[in-house]
Ligand binder design. Structure first.
Ligand SMILES: *Cc1c(COP(=O)(O)O)cnc(C)c1O
Length: 373
């Protein structure tokens, strides 16, 4: 029998104007590029207080475009966290560069700035912190270490849209930042992405690479190898409607974050992701670590809790597998990465999740944590 309760892990919130704007784009017959793309770029840049935003077809090619715009390729090394959504590592490999895998901070589960000093070599060109779950890595330490080693900083801020570190939006602190506009993300266009930067020259290079490497003003003339990374006007229309509700979206995620913190802060055997004093988060998903000093027991307990939650009608997700556990990455085992990989679980987080639903989720979660051996 299926459980009558069903709480998904994520779901997009459409406010109504999405439909009107998509229809407007459709009727205008601007169904590939068009004015909603420019509007999305302008509004996103304004709201993030950054000079340039470049819209692309998803958050993965956003990372690739940033890497290519920076001129990173074969022979170059890029420092990436060993605990991450895989796109960052995949795109470093995709451009032909070599990832150097960094361990994470034990509390925030984000790239540990000390790792930059341990890993950087004369071939290292960039560091790529990934701001997971709405948290932001220690950007002050990361930028100062990067500067000392002559590295550029590329932030994968796909999960941290509009989170701030010392008042600055995630993605706008390093040289370049990337976002995903996937249906599960804070602002969505279905599939889509953004790259932001204050470097006008880099933005210009990325616009050219996004459009086949074609010189602007000289059709079919290509100065560089390019790609088609463009977002459609139809998708951008959805994003423009979403951004009209950005303040509501941020307020609702703050509400949900506070409710979860209150309910789970004192839960024995569970440690919520730690946000430093510098961070003013827009929560993407609430994530917790099931504490255990034995890795394989930790993973099996975590997985049993997830299965029990599903029987209660609550969809959860595990943390990311350590890149070292998977064949393509040739990554070293890193102790704090392995612990997060075995212990992290994330709980439903989306616009409109009610206080009652959060109460039910937290009751069931506490119960299963207590009973999972
Ligand atoms: C979602 C996500 C991406 C990829 O975005 P897509 O739009 O799905 O390609 C990249 N990095 C992180 C950290 C993400 O969470």
């Amino acid at each position: 029998m299926t459980n009558p309760v069903h709480i998904p892990w994520a779901q997009p919130k459409l406010f109504g104007n999405e439909e009107a704007m998509v229809l407007d784009a459709l009727r205008s017959v601007w169904i590939s590029g068009g004015p909603y793309v420019q509007r999305l770029e302008r509004v996103a840049a304004e709201r993030m207080q950054v000079a340039e935003a470049v819209a692309v077809s998803n958050g993965t090619v956003a990372v690739e475009l940033a890497l290519r715009g920076l001129g990173i390729g074969p022979g170059d090394e890029v420092i990436v966290p060993g605990f991450t959504f895989v796109a960052a590592a995949n795109m470093v490999l995709s451009v032909g560069a070599t990832p150097l895998y960094a361990d994470i901070d034990e509390q925030s589960w984000l790239l540990d700035p000390d790792e930059i000093d341990r890993l950087a070599t004369p071939r290292t060109k960039a560091v790529l912190p990934v701001h997971l779950y709405g948290n932001v890595a220690e950007m002050d330490a990361i930028t100062s270490r990067a500067k000392a080693h002559g590295l550029v900083v590329l932030e994968d801020a796909a999960e941290a849209a509009f989170s701030r570190f010392d008042g600055k939006c995630a993605g706008t602190i390093g040289n370049v930042g990337t976002f995903s506009l996937h249906a599960t993300k804070t602002i969505t266009t279905g599939e889509g992405g953004l790259v932001v930067t204050n470097d006008a020259g880099l933005a210009q290079r990325m616009r050219v690479i996004r459009d086949h490497g074609m010189r602007q003003g000289k059709r079919y003339w290509h100065d560089v190898v390019g790609y088609n990374f463009r977002l459609t006007n139809l998708q951008a229309a959805i994003g423009c409607a979403q951004l009209e509700h950005l303040d509501d979206i941020m307020a609702d995620r703050r509400r949900i974050h506070a409710l979860y913190r209150n309910a789970l802060n004192a839960c024995a055997g569970v440690r919520l992701q730690h946000f430093s004093q510098h961070v003013d988060p827009v929560l993407w998903v609430i994530a917790a670590l099931i504490e255990d000093d034995d890795l394989s027991r930790q993973r099996s307990r975590r997985d049993r809790i997830m299965a029990a939650m599903l029987e209660d009608g609550i969809e959860t997700r595990p943390g990311f597998y350590a890149l070292s556990l998977m064949p393509p990455y040739d990554a070293p085992d890193l102790p704090r990465v392995l612990a997060a990989s075995a212990g992290v679980i994330s709980l439903p987080t989306f616009f409109g999740l009610t206080e009652q639903q959060i109460g039910y989720i937290c009751d069931r979660f506490r119960h299963h944590v207590h009973n999972a051996g």
